[in-house]
Design a protein around this ligand. Structure first.
Ligand code: GDP
Length: 443
């Protein structure tokens, strides 16, 4: 659903390719593109504008982390801000009261009845609840039948009152019935209209007042874009609901509603529904959605791990050593340790877009550094500090001491030399990169 937005955001970050650091001038174009991408995805103009203002502030306020390129840094900032915009962390559904009453509101055709069924299935299967569904749409006999069919599919009882045209009464009776039957959750599906109107609002507020639900959820069709956000606002002004459910995210939606609803209505998006099957319901996680929108959640984690391990002062010291040609085996070992601290190697590799798939079935053992560590461990302090003294006799002794061969030791020396040259080149160019991984597992 977010393909277009994902593509456009990716392109906006590419503008920063080749830049050494973030400046007000070089991010201007990127910010403009991000804003355009959001508006094209049907995000409210004001939301898009304040979003890019926020991103700009964060980007300019960032410490310059030379290990992370500006494009990557912007990706992370946009990702974090998107997650924040969508509510930060997931908000659970409240199941309070005996029984816990959940009221479902929304326009006709928004997917209320389908969602009621999905929610019943979710609470039954995932939370082990004993659920009662209530058919409160007294105007459309078809809606009652639809709920009965869904209830049959998922094995949840549906409460109906043939001939009763008072939804408030039906809801109240259903709650009494639930108590008798030992149901601990009651989901009340209500009638909707094609557009917001006074009669509908009066009815739903009357039901709410009568049954005092622990949770009122507003259901809205994501395909209606900005209208979804406006309708949510109108309902919230009258109903003061607790959360939003976005349906039909499988359809042809540009996703704008998911992004802006929280900031416009100030109520959390709790569920997203994408499909007509009863198990097609997902708890809404702002962060995961942000990852999905950017299509590169894995890189975000990778950058974060690098940031966690990255020590600015150490890096400066290292750079000095490299430039003066003093990089030695102790530094080499420290670099290996830094990589190891970032986590499991296969995990790390799979955070690079495309690598996860490419590495399917390939084993990368965390032991790849073992031999290197053993060889360095067999060196004397003098040898570690001044690798140039490693003549044939010393190498032979080291091979024996580390249980390796002369060829292994020579290979490591060559690798060390390559690493040193490469790092010196990078350091000399004014940029500091994470060390290249040793040869052993370059593919
Ligand atoms: P209600 O009038 O609000 O109760 O809406 P319904 O639950 O009857 O849904 C209206 C139509 O949308 C029906 O044809 C549903 O099958 C369909 N629908 C509901 N939820 C989804 C969804 O998440 N994805 C898709 N593709 N269709 C849905």
């Amino acid at each position: 659903m977010f393909e277009n937005l994902t593509d456009k955001l990716e392109r906006s970050f590419k503008i920063l390719k080749g830049e050494g650091r973030i400046t007000e001038i070089n991010i201007a174009e990127t910010l403009k593109e991000i804003r355009r991408a959001l508006i094209d995805a049907d995000v409210n103009y004001k939301v898009a504008k304040s979003f890019t203002d926020e991103v700009k502030q964060k980007a300019l306020g960032q410490n310059v982390l030379t290990a992370v390129k500006p494009g990557q840094m912007m990706t992370k900032i946009v990702r974090d801000e998107l997650a924040q915009l969508m509510g930060g962390t997931a908000t659970d559904i409240r199941l309070e009261g005996t029984p816990a009453v959940i009221l479902i509101a929304g326009l006709q055709g928004s997917g209320k009845t389908t969602f009621s069924g999905k929610l019943a299935a979710f609470l039954k299967e995932k939370k082990g609840r004993h659920v009662l569904l209530v058919a409160g749409d007294v105007y459309r006999p078809a809606a009652i039948d639809q709920l009965k069919v869904l209830g049959g599919q998922i094995g949840v009882e549906v409460y109906t009152e043939e001939g009763n045209t008072h939804p408030v009464e039906i809801a109240q009776n259903a709650i009494k019935y639930a108590r008798q039957k030992g149901c601990n959750v009651v989901i009340v599906d209500t009638a909707g209209r094609l557009a917001v109107d006074e009669a509908m609002m009066q009815e739903i507020t009357a039901i709410k007042a009568a049954v005092d639900p622990g949770e009122t959820l507003f259901v809205v069709d994501a395909m209606t874009g900005q209208d979804a956000v406006n309708t949510a606002k109108e309902f919230n002004d009258r109903l003061d609901f607790d959360g939003v459910v976005l349906t039909k995210l499988d359809g042809d939606t540009r996703g704008g509603a998911a992004i802006s609803i929280r900031s416009v209505v100030d109520k959390p998006l709790k569920f997203i529904s994408s499909g007509e099957k009863m198990d097609a319901l997902q708890v809404f996680h702002p962060e995961r959605m942000a990852d999905r929108i950017l299509g590169m959640g894995d890189v975000v984690s990778l950058v974060e791990r690098a940031q966690e391990q990255f020590d600015e002062a150490e890096a400066r010291k290292l750079k000095k050593k490299l430039v003066k040609d003093q990089f030695n085996f102790n530094d080499f070992l420290a670099q290996i340790n830094q990589i190891k601290k970032m986590g499991n190697l296969k995990d790390l590799a799979s955070m690079i877009p495309g690598m996860g798939k490419a590495l399917k079935g390939v084993e990368i053992s965390d032991d790849v550094f073992k031999q290197t560590e053993a060889i360095i461990g067999s060196m004397t302090p003098a040898e570690r500090e001044r690798p140039e003294i490693l003549n044939a006799r010393r190498r032979e002794r080291i091979a024996k001491g580390s249980g390796t061969t002369m060829a292994d030791v020579n290979r490591l020396l060559k690798q060390f030399d390559d690493t040193r040259k490469m790092m010196k080149m990078v350091a000399g160019g004014g940029k500091m990169k994470l060390p290249q991984m040793p040869r052993g597992f370059r593919r």
